[in-house]
Every structure is written in C-alpha cells, then in structure tokens.
Design a protein. Sequence first.
Length: 262
Amino acid sequence: MPRLAPGGHNALMRTVRGNVGIVGAVVLAALLTGCVAGDHEADARRQAQEQARARLTEVTAAIARDRPWEADEFGRLVTGREGVDLMSLDGTTRQDGDGVSLVVRVRGEALVLDWNGSESARAEVTLCHRLGYRPDDRVDPVTEVDCPPTAPITPRPAPSLPSGTDERLRRSLPTGPAATERSVGAAVDRLRLDPRVRRDVATVDGAVGLALREGRRGSCLLARVVGDRVEVWRPPTVLMQPGELTCDGRTAALGLGQRDPS
C-alpha cells in the first residue's frame, strides 16, 4: 500500500466527503423531481377523468332536456359532440319492449407538466357507460361498462322531405269527386317518400287534408283538397309549438296555419 504524503490523509477525506455530498444531492434532486413528475401525472389524469365525466353529464342532460322518442333520435343527440362516441344503440322507440339503450364512450385529456411547468406529455382517459331509457319514462342507472372493441356507429339522419315535394303534391293530389282519403294516401305512396315521414289524412266538411311531418319533431307540410282546388303550405314554426296547432290531417283539412300570426 503506497504511503500518503504529509497531510494527504486529510485531503483524501475532504475529497471523499465532497463526492458523497454531490452524489447525495444528485440522488435527492432525482427523488424530488420524480415526486413532482408523479404528482403532475396524477393531477393530469384526475383532470382527464373529470373532463370525461363532464362530457357524459352533458349527454344525459341533453337527453333529459330533449326527451327523444325514437332510437335514432337518441343517437343523434350523442354524435357530433367533442370527445363523445356512440358505440351501440338498441331498441326502436322509448316505449317499445325494453325501451332504448345505448353505450356511450367519452374521452378526456389533460396536459402533464414537468418540474418547470412545461408540457411533457398528455394524460388520456376513455370511459364507456350504458344508458337505458324505459317505457313510462323510467331511466336506468348509468352504468360503467367495458368499451366495445368495435368502431363507433352513426345513427341514421333525421327523415326529410325531398326538395320540390310541395309542387309534386300540387300536381299529383286528386281533386273533385276523386279526392278521398284513400286516393290521397295512394298519391302520397307514389311519391316514394322516406317511410319515416309521418303521414296523416282526414276529411272535414268535404275537404280532404293531408299532413306530412319529417319525424316526430321535424318540419310540417300540410295540404288539402277543396273541390277542384289543391292547397299546399308549411305552417310557421311558431304555430307548431306545444299547445298550438297539431301537424295532422284535421288541421290541414280546416286550412289552419296558412298565415303567419304576426
């Protein structure tokens, strides 16, 4: 073993102690940095979960507010929202059988910040929930479920009347003695409209009225045959609100809603 020069032992011990101090500081800094990063990641994940749940709440609130009836109406309320996907849709209408149920996937994300506040990553959370709407306005508890492995689905668009339907009715509806509820209905059949367009025909005081509506809440088209005259009109939206006129054959036969109340 080599001999140390005079005073060498003390110098060696000071060097060792200095190195130990540096190593300890590095280790402590690494531990503190790791704790800070871990806290930031946990905070970001909590924020992402809160955002996902807030999006789910927006969906359930929209359904409660709009009170959809048909399955496709439920689906259309879900799709088109940021961070929300429709994964499954079962049932036909709210009141048929078990009603309507759907699985909704919601996503949330938040930034993960490093020790000096700069973005270092993103935390993402994906949750799926089943929503059930039963007959008699019963609502199932919202249940978290495993997300289906399939791609999101898109509900059918709302039913609509093709452009020019007004004029086609004027030309095709029978008049005079040939105008009956049956013949008017047959004329509408020949137009080959979307079968989801609601139709109602009624006779009042010799006038045959026809109502066509684009789904349960879509725009209303009315027509009536009075003698040799065919009238076709779209009542103002303000007159078709709850408590006002009804989009049905009787309203059409009476000629109501042809003028704006203002």
